[in-house]
Every structure is written in C-alpha cells, then in structure tokens.
Design a protein around this ligand. Structure first.
Ligand SMILES: [Fe+2]
Length: 485
C-alpha cells in the first residue's frame, strides 16, 4: 500500500544496491501497476535482535522482501536482509551466491515467523482460547454436552489440548514432559531466538492481534491477495475458498436450525458465557482483539472463522511443514553465520551460513553429527504424522453424522450435516472437485511454462487442502477436523 515516494525514501536510506536508479524504476513501475507485493518481517521479528535475544552461535534477521507479478508467477525483485539496520538491498543482478544467500535468509526468517507465528500462535494458541472456555464451562455444568453450538464446534476444539501440552507444558526442564517452549527444550536448542526471543515474538503478535482481521476472507482482502489483485495460482486462497464456503453454509444451517432470532441468541446464557469468556481473555488488557456479538450473524461469523481456523488454516500451515522445512535450505531453523552485508559472497561464506552436516554436537553425554539438521527434520516429520480424524470424513454421510452425533436424527441441524457432506463431495461444484481441479490446473500451468521439465516440483503438485487421502501424500493427512498435531 506504500507510495512510490515511500519506495524512493526506503531505497535511499538503504546501504546501497547493485543499481539503485534501475531498481527504483522497476519497483515504482510495479507499484503503479498494482503488482508489487511485500513481505515485511520487521513488525513481528524486528525487535528481537536489537534487544539482544539471539543465541550465541546462531544468527537472525528481519528481512524486507519485494515481489512482483510477472509471467503468471510472483517473483522476488529485491531483498533487504537486515531491514532494521537499513542494510544493502540484494537483487538478482548481484552475484549468484549473494542473491541465493539473501533468499536463504528470507527462508529462515519465514521459518521463524511460521514456527511461533503462522503455525503455533495464529492457530494452536488462538483456537485454544475458545477450547479452554468451553471446557471450563462444560466442567462446571454450565455448558451442556448437547448444546448445538458445542456439538458443532467440539470436534474442532477438543484435541487442541493434546498437542498444546507438548508446546506449553511447564514440566521441569529436561524432563520427559517438558514443552518445547520451556527452558532447555527444542526452542532453546534449535531456534536462534531461544525461548526468550520467541516469547518476544509471541508478545509482538498478541499486541496487534485481531480475531476478526485473522478471518480467512478478511485477511486475504486486507493483504490484497484476492484473485483480482494477485492473478496467479495461490493454493491457500484457491483451495481454502471452497472449504470456507462449505463451512460458512454448514455453520449457518446449524445456527438457523437452533435459534429463531437474534433475541434467542442473546438469551442463551451458556453460549454468552462461553464467547464472553473468550472475549474477556483476548481483551484482558483493554485492547479489543475479539468482539463477541450475540446475534445470529455474529455467532455465524465467530463459529465460521473458528471452524476454518482450527481445520483448514491449521492444516495449511501444519501439513506443509514436512515438504517445506524438511529440506533445510528452504528455511533453516537457525542460520550459522552473520547475514551478508553486501554482494561478493564466496562459496565458503554461503556454506558457513547453513548448519554443517560434518559438525559434531555434544548432547546428553553423546556426540552427534548434523544435530541441528536431524532435529529440524525430526520436528517436521513428527508434526506431519497421518491422522484419521479428518474434516470431510470418508465421503459418506455416515462418517460426518458420527462426528456430529449430538444432532438428533431428522433435526434441522442433521439436515445441515447432510448439506455439508454434499457440498464437500457431490458434483462438479463440490469442494473436493474444485480442489482437485485447482491442483490439475497448477500442474498444467507449470508444464506449459516449463515444457522441458522432466518432473513437476512438489511445491506445484502437492495436494494442498485435499478433503480425501491421496496416495502420493505419504505422511500428510487431508484437512484435519481440528488441531491435533
Ligand atoms: Fe500444528
């Protein structure tokens, strides 16, 4: 959304680039055409290094990366690896090693943002607020097991506790049950921020969080990632939309069958206790992050956003972790040399920036080769184990009826389950058909653009938000019912 003048001021303040005049002209032309996109890591990662929260021997930066739509793809134009220090702006016109290293740094920053942000904060932590409130009220007897909104949402909330224990558990350091956020555990060993810098990142995320702005449709619109503004394949948007529509209709059907009017929603004391408790938790310091609106429309909105977040959004950021971060150069959990200050990067400097597979690390009385590499791979493999609790069921109505068994046979809510099953599975307009079509189209577009390529990359052929298990998905499950891994 920045102006061409802002681009000129940004580049003018930077510590140089290969050809600043030419770069500025390229960026301003893209900006004027509405095809310029930015990944700015500073708002979330920028205050970590200045506060001294980077572990000794590991390195960290908050880059600023500019992309433009070109030839049916989004291509990187320029990367300021150190945006906080207004560092050198790398471009493809620099030497190949320098441009590659700049991209490796963005990949690593993206891994930091993913680890504690896009994945654990935006899905696991946010969804848990709703689950804690529901569990507390159910335990107290305030929220009945057959409450229609609990029957609708419980399958998407219940298992978040199982996995979040592995993240947050306060058990003593080094003991078997200690969570990865605790002293000496995974984050302290393999992330450059350690747990303390990670807490800073989470604090940055919470300060500016808005549940409403995080909604699938609002978030895409605010970032101008809709098809009009970003006319290139974008799997999260393209495959997430059929899910969003099916879930919104399902939620609407259940709410319509459960409440005659807005007054009935406002009069439902257990429901208001539940979402009111969530509102109080999110806004405890007076900052409005979640607003509960006790109307049919307000309930539909909250329940749709929560359902999509727990099932689809989480699957998008969770199940992609193995194919993406399992290849370490795509996004090293920690870089092992300082960021490059300028072009002219040697092979030795490039290699020193990623963990050395020949290096040995002492741990627990033993010495291990490739310890950071093994642990990054272990983490993402463990995080993508197959699960059988999936959002679309097995294609049969019986499988979805079993998930929402609390709805009486013949009820309006049960009819909404049947409509959901049809929306997911039946006909050319169903979510499963649309998503399969999207995948075929991505492969066809790649083959057309790369006629001599022997293979289609996994990033193109990946079954992104598949309703069903696909044989080639190996470790990855289709869209999960809720956060369970
Ligand atoms: Fe997860």
């Amino acid at each position: 959304r920045g102006s061409n003048d802002a681009l000129a001021a940004w580049l003018g303040a930077a510590a140089g680039s290969h050809d600043s005049a030419a770069l500025l002209a390229t960026l301003q032309a893209a900006n004027s055409a509405g095809t310029l996109f930015v990944c700015d890591y500073a708002p979330v990662l920028g205050n970590v290094a200045p506060a001294g929260l980077v572990r000794s021997g590991q390195y960290f930066a908050a880059p600023f990366a500019l992309f433009a739509v070109s030839g049916g793809a989004l291509l990187p134009l320029a990367i300021q690896v150190d945006s906080v220090g207004r560092g050198y702006v790398f471009t493809p016109q620099d030497d190949a090693n320098a441009w590659l290293l700049a991209k490796l740094w963005v990949g690593s920053a993206d891994a930091q943002w993913w680890f504690s942000g896009a994945h654990l904060f935006n899905t696991h932590t946010v969804v848990m607020q709703f689950a804690i409130a529901a569990a507390a009220l159910a335990e107290a007897g305030t929220l009945a097991a057959d409450h229609p909104v609990l029957v609708l949402l419980k399958p998407h909330l219940a298992k978040v506790f199982d996995i979040n224990t592995a993240v947050y558990n306060l058990q003593a350091s080094g003991s078997a049950g200690a969570g990865i956020y605790q002293a000496g555990q995974f984050c302290d060993q393999f992330l450059p921020t350690g747990r303390i810098g990670l807490y800073q990142i989470v604090s940055n995320l919470f300060a500016d969080y808005s549940f409403d702005a995080a909604a699938f449709d609002s978030s895409l619109a605010a970032r101008q990632l809709d098809t009009g503004n970003l006319p290139v394949p974008f799997p999260y948007r393209d495959d997430g939309t059929p899910w969003w529509n099916a879930i919104a209709n399902f939620v609407s059907g259940v709410i319509e069958a459960s409440y005659a009017d807005d007054a009935a929603v406002a009069a439902d004391a257990p429901l208001n206790a539940w979402f009111g408790a969530v509102q109080a938790a999110f806004n405890h310091d007076g900052v409005p992050r979640y607003t509960w609106t006790p109307t049919k429309a307000g309930l539909k909105r909250s329940a749709t956003v929560l359902f999509h977040m727990a099932a689809v959004q989480h699957t998008a950021v969770n199940n992609s972790m193995f194919p993406h971060w399992g290849y370490l150069p795509n996004g090293a959990f920690a870089m092992t040399a300082p960021p490059p200050a300028g072009p002219g990067v040697t092979d030795a400097q490039l290699l020193a920036s990623l963990p050395d597979p020949q290096a040995q690390t002492a741990y627990g009385g033993n010495s291990y080769y490739a310890w950071p590499i093994q642990n990054q791979i272990d983490f993402v493999v463990a995080g993508t184990s197959a699960v059988d609790d999936v959002a679309a069921g097995d294609g049969s109505l019986a499988s979805l009826d079993a998930v929402y068994a609390g709805f009486a046979a013949g009820s309006g809510q049960a009819a909404a389950v049947a409509a959901f099953q049809a929306a997911l599975w039946d006909g050319a307009d169903s979510a499963s058909a649309r998503i399969a079509q999207n995948q075929s189209a991505r492969i066809a577009a790649f083959r057309q653009a790369n006629p001599s390529a022997a293979t289609v990359p996994n990033s193109v052929s990946y079954y992104y938000l598949s309703p069903a298990v696909a044989p080639a998905m190996n470790l990855n499950a289709p869209v999960m019912n809720g956060i369970q891994i």
